[in-house]
Design a protein around this ligand. Sequence first.
Ligand code: COA
Length: 346
Amino acid sequence: MPTSALLRKFRDRDPLVVVIAIIIEYPHGRDRDHDNDNDNDNDLRRSQDIRTAALVDPDYGGLQRVRGGVMRAVEIHIATGTQALARLAAGAAVLDAEEQARAARLRVAADRTMYRAAHVLLRRALSRQGPYAPAQWRFVRGAQGRPEIDTTACPDAGSLRFNLAHTPALVCCALVQGRPVGIDAECRRPMQDARAIAERFFAVEEAAAVAASGSPGSAAEAATFRALWTLKEAYIKALGRGLTMGLDGFAFRLVDGPPARIELHIGDDAAHPTAHPRAHWRCALLRVDGERCTLAVALLAAEGGRLQAFLHGSGSSQPAVPQAAPPGLDLAASTPGVELSSIHYA
Ligand SMILES: CC(C)(COP(=O)(O)OP(=O)(O)OC[C@H]1O[C@@H](n2cnc3c(N)ncnc32)[C@H](O)[C@@H]1OP(=O)(O)O)[C@@H](O)C(=O)NCCC(=O)NCCS
C-alpha cells in the first residue's frame, strides 16, 4: 500500500532508554465483586493521584502477575530506547515460530530488535493479566490483518484484547478486556513535509490545524502533525481497519487547555465502519519523556476510563531517567472521561 510505505518514513530513530506501561482503568461498576481477588488492581484503583510503585516479577520480565482478577483497565506497555528494546529482544525465545520467522525476515538489525521487543513486551503484558505464560500465547489475524488472541489455542484468555505498535525507538502495546483499543506512537524528528502529508491524507480541518501550528518545517508544526497522526492511527487500529480505511473521513481536533482536550469528529462517510457514537470513544495523547515521543490510545468505552502508567527502566525497580512529576510521561490531552492516575516502575 503506498501510504504504508510513505508512512514508514516518519519513524524516529532517536534512542531513548525507558520502558513504560500504561493502564486505562474503568472507573466503577461491574467488577467490584472481584476486589478481593485482585490486590494489584485494588491498589491501582485506590490511587487518585499520580504516584509510583515497583511491580517486579522475574518470571514475567519485570511485570508482576495480576492474581485471579478480572481486568478493569486498558494496560499500555511501552519500551523506548536501544537498551530497553535490546533487553526485551533478548527474551525472544518466547516468540512463536511465525514471530521468529517474521523477525528473521527483517533486513535491518534495528527492525529485528524492534519487532522482537514489541512481541516479547506484548507476551509479558498478556501474561500479567491472563492465565498463560509468555511463550504460550497464540494469535490469529483478522481479515484486515489485526492480530487477536487465538481463543481456540488459548481458551482461558477470556475476552482479553490488545493492539501493538512499534518503531525502532519505541515499542508499545495496549491490553483491554472485551473492547476495541488501538495504540500508536511516534517520536520527534525534523519534518519538512508535515504540511504536504497532512494535506494529502488528513481531513481538511486537520490539515488546516497543521498549517496553522507553525512555520513549514518547524518543531511546532511537526508536533501537531505527530499528535494528529498518532491519534488517527490509534483510532483506525482500534477499529481493526488499518490504513485501508483512509484517514480523511474522520478528524481529531486539539483544543488548548488547561486541560487540553481532544475532540473526535466522525464524518458521514458511508464506508466508515463504526456505528459507535463519537462520545463513546476515549482518546488520550501522552508525552513520553517530555516532547520526545507522542503516544496515542483510542478506546471504545462509553463509561470512560482511568489511565495508569508503568515506567520500567532497565529491569530495576528504580526509574531509569531523572524524574520530574510525573516521571517520563504525562497526559498531554484527552477526550472527556480519561484520567491519568498513576505511574509504576518495574
Ligand atoms: C495497521 C497499520 C495502520 C499499522 O501501521 P504501522 O505504522 O505500519 O505499524 P504500527 O507499528 O503502528 O502497528 C503495527 C502493528 O499493528 C497491528 N496491526 C496490523 N494490522 C492491524 C489492523 N488492521 N488493525 C489494528 N492493528 C493492526 C499488528 O500487531 C502490527 O504489528 P505486528 O505486525 O508486529 O504484529 C498498517 O500496517 C495497516 O494499515 N495495515 C493494514 C493495511 C495494509 O497495510 N495492507 C497492506 C496491503 S494493501
